[in-house]
Design a protein around this ligand. Structure first.
Ligand code: GLY
Ligand code: MN
Ligand code: MN
Length: 447
C-alpha cells in the first residue's frame, strides 16, 4: 500500500475516534443543560444589500467540528445520545447553481446521510428527537424558540472542551501547516523576485491550491511601512522602491482546520535583518514554554520581558526589560497578545473560559488584548507570535508622555520605514515536548 493510502487510512481511523469523542462531549453537554438532542446548522451566506449575490460562505464551526464539509451551505446535523448522527445534506433543485454531490468518503460511514431538498423538510427529520438545541447563525434559521436557539450554557461547555484537540484535529492542523509552509516558500520567492504584494498573494494561493475565500483569515502581505498595520488588508499592485521588508501572515486550511503562520524578511543585511534574527531566536525560546501546566498568561508576560531585552540590546530603548514592561514601554512596540487558541477558527473560541460553566479567567491587568488566559493541557494548540512594530499612533502617544525618555528615537526613525516584525508558529501542547507544527512543516517543505 502506498504511503498516501496509508495516510488516508490513518486519518479515517483518527476521524472515527474524534467523532466518538465529539458524541461523548455532546452527551455530557446535553445532559448538563436539559436538552435531548442537537440540531447543528452549517448556515447559509448572507445576501448583499440590494443585490442577488451572496457573501462568501463561512461554515458554522460547530458544524465542521463534526462533519468535514466546509463548502455546502444549508446542511444540518441531527444527533441524539445513543443514536447515529444524521446528516441532512443540502441538495436543492436549482438550475442556477451546481448542487454538491452526496459525499461518499470514508467518514460518511459514521452517519446516516440523507439528501435535503429544502429547509421545510427539516422539521419532519427531527421528529421524535425530543427537545433539540439548535446551533447556528440566527439569520439562517427562520423562527426558533429562543430558549432552544444557541443556549449559552450548552455552547460554553462545548467551547470550553473544544480547546483540547483530538489526535485527528492535530493531524488536520499538521496538514494545514504543510500547505501553508509550502505556500510561504512560494511567497518568499516572489518577494525575492521583487513582485508586488498582490502578485505575492496570487503565488501564495496557487501554491496551496486554495481560493482566497478558503483562507482561514484574510492574508496579510505587507511591504515596508505596511508591516506596521497589524491587520493590514490591502494588496498594492506595484512593489515599492526601495523594497526593504516583507511581513506575511498567511494560513491555509485542511478539512476546516486552520494554520496561522507569520514570517518576516529583510531585503538586505543591516539592523533590521539583525532584529529579525534576534526575534527568531526569542520566538523559539517562547515556543519551548508551550508545556502542560503552564499558565498562558505567564507566557505572555515572559514575552513582554523578552521583547524588552531585544529592544534594549538593539538600542531601541534605554531602560532594562523590567522597567520597560512596568512602564508600558514594551506595549508601544508589542500591542497585541502573544497568541491564541487555534483550530476550527483562527481565533478559536473559549480562550478566557475558566471552566465549562463559563466563568472567566481574567486577563493580566493592562493586557486587554490577550485572547488566551488558560492553563495549557495536552492537546491544546496555540500560536506563539511575538512582534515588534513601529506604529505611528503608538509612538506619538509615547512621545507625548513619560515614556518619551525611555525610547531611543533615532533608532526608531531608522527602523520605521521597515514597518515591523512578527514571527508566528502554531504549537501543540503534548505530554512531553511541544510539537511545533509550523517549524516541522517548513523543515519538511525544504527537504
Ligand atoms: N492572523 C491573525 C493572527 O495572527 O492572529
Ligand atoms: Mn495568530
Ligand atoms: Mn497570524
Amino acid at each position: 500500500m502506498g504511503a498516501e493510502r496509508l495516510n488516508e487510512r490513518t486519518l479515517d481511523l483518527l476521524y472515527r475516534e474524534h467523532l466518538t469523542a465529539a458524541m461523548q462531549r455532546a452527551d455530557r453537554a446535553l445532559a448538563a443543560t436539559g436538552f435531548d438532542a442537537l440540531e447543528i446548522h452549517a448556515g447559509i451566506p448572507p445576501t448583499l444589500f440590494l443585490d442577488d449575490q451572496d457573501y462568501p460562505f463561512k461554515v458554522n464551526p460547530h458544524f465542521k467540528a463534526w462533519v468535514p464539509v466546509v463548502d455546502n451551505p444549508g446542511c444540518v446535523l441531527l444527533y441524539a445520545p445513543g443514536g447515529r448522527p444524521r446528516l441532512l445534506f443540502h441538495q436543492p433543485q436549482d438550475y442556477w447553481h451546481k448542487a454538491a454531490p452526496l459525499p461518499r468518503d470514508a467518514w460518511t460511514r459514521e452517519f446516516d446521510v440523507v439528501p435535503l431538498r429544502s429547509a421545510s423538510e427539516i422539521a419532519a427529520r427531527r421528529d421524535g428527537l425530543g427537545r433539540t438545541a439548535v446551533i447556528g447563525p440566527a439569520t439562517a434559521l427562520g423562527h426558533v424558540d429562543p430558549e432552544r436557539l444557541n443556549p449559552p450554557g450548552l455552547l460554553t461547555r462545548l467551547h470550553y472542551e473544544r480547546a483540547i484537540k483530538s489526535d485527528y484535529e492535530i493531524e488536520c492542523m499538521r496538514r494545514a501547516s504543510r500547505l501553508g509552509a509550502q505556500a510561504h516558500l512560494a511567497a518568499l520567492a516572489a518577494f525575492r523576485e521583487g513582485l508586488s504584494e498582490y502578485e505575492v498573494q496570487q503565488r501564495y494561493l496557487r501554491a496551496c491550491m486554495q481560493r482566497e475565500e478558503e483562507m482561514p483569515y484574510n492574508n496579510i502581505v505587507a511591504y515596508n511601512e505596511n508591516a506596521a498595520t497589524l491587520h493590514y488588508q490591502h494588496l498594492e499592485r506595484e512593489a515599492p522602491r526601495p523594497l526593504r521588508s516583507f511581513l506575511i501572515d498567511a494560513g491555509a486550511q485542511f478539512r476546516g482546520y486552520a494554520a496561522d503562520i507569520t514570517r518576516t524578511y529583510a531585503s538586505a543585511p543591516g539592523a533590521y535583518a539583525d532584529l529579525i534574527s534576534e526575534m527568531d531566536r526569542m520566538q523559539r525560546a517562547l515556543c519551548a514554554e508551550i508545556v502542560a501546566g503552564r499558565d498562558y498568561r505567564d507566557v505572555h508576560l515572559t514575552a513582554h520581558h523578552a521583547i524588552g531585552e531585544v529592544l534594549r540590546r538593539a538600542g531601541i530603548i534605554r531602560i532594562g526589560p523590567d522597567a520597560a514592561v512596568e512602564t508600558g514601554v514594551t506595549g508601544v512596540f508589542f500591542p497585541h497578545g502573544i497568541g491564541h487558541l487555534l483550530g476550527l477558527q483562527v481565533h478559536d473560541v473559549g480562550g478566557v473560559l475558566a471552566d465549562p460553566e463559563g466563568h472567566e479567567r481574567k486577563r493580566p491587568e493592562g493586557h486587554p488584548y490577550l485572547r488566551l488566559t488558560r492553563r495549557l493541557e495536552p492537546g491544546v494548540v496555540v500560536t506563539v507570535e511575538p512582534g515588534i512594530y513601529f506604529i505611528d499612533s503608538l509612538l506619538a502617544a509615547a512621545k507625548s508622555d513619560a515614556r518619551r525618555d525611555a525610547i531611543e528615537w533615532k533608532a526608531v526613525e531608522a527602523l520605521r520605514p521597515y514597518g515591523g516584525i512578527r514571527i508566528e508558529d502554531d504549537v501543540a501542547t503534548t505530554r512531553a515536548a511541544p510539537e511545533n507544527l509550523t517549524r516541522d512543516a517548513f523543515a519538511r517543505a525544504a527537504a
